[in-house]
Write a protein of this length. Sequence first.
Length: 215
Amino acid sequence: MSEIDIVDLNENALIKKKTWGVIFIILLLLFLDQASKIWIKTHMPLHDSYRIFSWFHIYFTENPGMAFGLEIIDKRILSVIRIIAVFVLGYYLFKLLKQNYSFGFLVCITLILVGAIGNIFDCLFYGLIFDHSYGQIATFLPESGGYAPILQGKVVDMLYFPLIETTLPSWLPIWGGNEFIFFRPIFNLADSAISVGVFSLLLFYRKALSRSLSK
């Protein structure tokens, strides 16, 4: 066997190892994301909360549209756009695996992909498999049917980190005397995966990202 053949074998083995690593991350995060959302839906009514620490609450809310709850376009169109984006990102990740990029770079792309898949699953199926959570704990597979048609489910959010809760000084113009909470967003594990993936790409893998997009 020539040295070239040995190099090819080693490279193929490394690609296979990275591929299995990516698959493991996808399956693990999807399981954790969906398990946490299903637990919340089947144990808490909407807007109920558990205080874990002063700076960390489990607070059940649902996101009906885009980021921060904005409903800019029709939910069905948004869901279709998200599905198309996931397929494009999945194909991009498949190409990166074949080109043997660093595992750290692959993990960043994988986090973004799995986060998008997790939230799309909510939009696709949660309206079908759960009834509503207003003033009640949702039922899984209710006899009367779900709360929304396919593509129109709401994304379950529950992670809330009010790191600073205080009242602003009365002498402060405009906002004086008002309640102030630092870090109000409520999100889920899928959102966290997307954020970590994006920030890690920008911090550590900008050159690799530019190189991969130019090919």
